[in-house]
Ligand binder design. Structure first.
Ligand SMILES: *[C@@H]1O[C@H](CO)[C@@H](O)[C@H](O)[C@H]1NC(C)=O
Ligand SMILES: *[C@@H]1O[C@H](CO)[C@@H](O)[C@H](O)[C@H]1NC(C)=O
Ligand SMILES: *[C@@H]1O[C@H](CO)[C@@H](O)[C@H](O)[C@H]1NC(C)=O
Ligand SMILES: *[C@@H]1O[C@H](CO)[C@@H](O)[C@H](O)[C@H]1NC(C)=O
Ligand SMILES: *[C@@H]1O[C@H](CO)[C@@H](O)[C@H](O)[C@H]1NC(C)=O
Length: 482
């Protein structure tokens, strides 16, 4: 037999082993097992502090050394999402719901899986969009997520060659953590590029066809590797001469996203949104861009910042951040009416809701209207600040003292002794805005920003519980367009 000739020693060894095992019986195998387990335990016990120390060293380098950070960042960004976050089990999500001290129900798991907690506006595909600013210390909770249809994570940077990337490991972790929870609750998570940090690169990137392709490909691969639902282009603002390049970018990006959709088994549509200003004279340039609304899923209309303590001479005019009606400048109603009638596509509009207030100092009380006052400028600048809703009391503003301005539908506090005037949004003013959005069949609202709410989600509750479907759905034009 050839096999015997070739492998006699192996066969012998195998037989010998078997015989040994037989002879020594179970005693030896028990001993072996005990021995192996002990070694394993020792290894495990030693591995934990070693792994911890190593990861601390790596994280220290990541945070404190630019060179190390770059290389670690590349490694982090190339690790597949699935390897980092295996699909989460339902009980884990239930635990995280419990962590958020979920009190209103007894069986969160089955309830949220049947989308019981989606906001009523979701019934007719209207949107409750929350911007999550990753510099806020507060983590997003499951209780907040269930009150949204979309979350936009801000801000993901880009560089001057058009590459889009996470700023650091912490940012990516946060994004993935939110996305993982959100997907189980049917909330779509997008990421926003630009904003106050990085919008300066848009101008050069969109103008150069090579950089533009890098930008678009980079967005697509970012979506794929982070399992995102889409992207929000947060460019405040392209000027008139940059508009054409911007629309070209949007069109090319939509083409690539459509190809990506085709490649998916489920054919999920990837979302694309942009931020647009509130003034009709600026909006006109966006609407001139042929087919803009065909390429984007929605426009986030920045319907606040109508009055603010700016540094220029305009900063002296005191008024609401977001007056629904009234005033001597534009207001939310004017912006939205303009867009609804001009586009005849209210379903693609998101009206902004600000969870911030603003105050002016050195305010004069010599104007007849209680709301629209004037402030003295110091060295040509208005003095004043933003205050997040959650910080009102901490900054000395007692919201129970607020008066209501009927015309603008805005609460305010006038401290005539200190000459400080404070305007903000509260439950009542946000309810008025939600009623307006419903009455005008507007496709959705966006919140700037979730982190400004208090820990009881007081403002988000008002927004989320309102039913935008009450005013209809689709593009039925409720408001009168001449
Ligand atoms: C940063 O790390 C690199 C190695 O990754 C090292 O060569 C360099 O000296 C470090 N720089 C500082 C400032 O610690
Ligand atoms: C932008 O990022 C990419 C990828 O990290 C890099 O290759 C490129 O050199 C960067 N460009 C600039 C101008 O920093
Ligand atoms: C994310 O990944 C999961 C599981 O792989 C998949 O079912 C889901 O559709 C993905 N979502 C997006 C937005 O790509
Ligand atoms: C638009 O912005 C670009 C880049 O900042 C600038 O070069 C150009 O002159 C601007 N065009 C107009 C019309 O303001
Ligand atoms: C949150 O709600 C609790 C219970 O109603 C209340 O005691 C607490 O003051 C609220 N906190 C805030 C920040 O509104």
């Amino acid at each position: 037999m050839p096999s015997e000739n070739i492998t006699p020693r192996v066969n012998d060894l195998l037989l010998e082993n078997r015989d040994n095992r037989r002879r020594n019986g179970n005693a030896l195998s028990t001993k072996t097992i005990t021995y192996s387990i002990s070694i394993l335990v020792v290894i495990l016990i030693m591995a934990i502090p070693i792994a911890y120390t190593l990861s601390e060293i790596v994280m220290y380098a990541y945070r404190n050394n630019e060179t190390a950070s770059k290389y670690i960042g590349i490694i982090i960004n190339s690790i597949n999402v699935r390897a980092l976050h295996a699909p989460k089990k339902a009980e884990d999500v239930e635990n995280s719901l419990n962590e958020d001290s979920f009190t209103t129900n007894t069986n969160p798991e089955s309830d949220y899986l049947s989308h019981h907690y989606q906001p009523p506006s979701a019934k007719c595909n209207k949107r409750i969009v929350g911007y999550y600013t990753d510099w806020e210390p507060r983590k997003i909770s499951a209780k907040q997520l269930q009150k949204l249809t979309h979350l936009i994570f801000t801000n993901v940077p880009m560089n001057s060659s058009g590459h889009v990337f996470f700023e650091n490991l912490a940012q990516r972790r946060r994004f993935l953590e939110i996305n993982r929870k959100a997907q189980l609750m049917n909330v779509k998570v997008m990421f926003s590029i630009g904003g106050h940090k990085n919008a300066e690169h848009y101008s050069t990137v969109v103008a150069d066809s090579t950089k533009r392709s890098v930008f678009i490909d980079s967005i697509v691969s970012f979506i794929k590797s982070n399992n995102a639902s889409g992207v929000d282009l947060f460019w405040e603002w392209p000027n008139i001469s940059e508009m054409n390049d911007f629309i070209t970018t949007i069109k090319e990006l939509r083409k690539k996203l459509a190809a990506l959709t085709k490649a998916q088994p489920k054919g999920t549509r990837y979302l694309l949104s942009i931020i647009v200003p509130s003034s009709p004279s600026d909006l006109e340039y966006y609407l001139r861009m042929d087919g803009l609304l065909h390429y984007v899923d929605f426009l986030n209309v920045l319907t606040y910042g109508y009055y603010a303590p700016w540094s220029g001479v305009n900063g002296k005019f005191v008024g609401p951040n977001a007056p629904l009606y009234g005033g001597n400048r534009e207001n939310v109603d004017e912006t939205m009416q303009y867009l609804i009638c001009k586009t005849r596509t209210p379903s693609k509009l998101n009206m902004a809701l600000s969870f911030y207030g603003r105050y002016w100092e050195n305010v004069n009380d010599n104007v007849p209207d209680e709301m629209f006052k004037e402030a003295d400028l110091i060295n040509g600048k208005a003095q004043g600040m933003f205050v997040a809703w959650k910080n009102l009391a901490g900054r000395g503003w007692d919201k129970s003292e607020a008066l209501w301005h009927e015309e603008t539908q805005i609460p305010y506090i006038w401290n005539s002794e200190e000459r400080k005037f404070f305007v903000f949004e509260n439950e009542r003013s946000l309810q008025a805005k939600m009623d307006y959005a419903a009455d005008h069949n507007i496709g959705g609202v966006y919140i700037w920003a979730l982190g400004a709410d208090d820990n009881n989600d007081t403002l988000l509750n008002v927004v989320s519980s309102a039913d935008l479907c009450e005013g209809g759905s689709g593009n039925t034009l409720i408001s009168l367009c001449g």
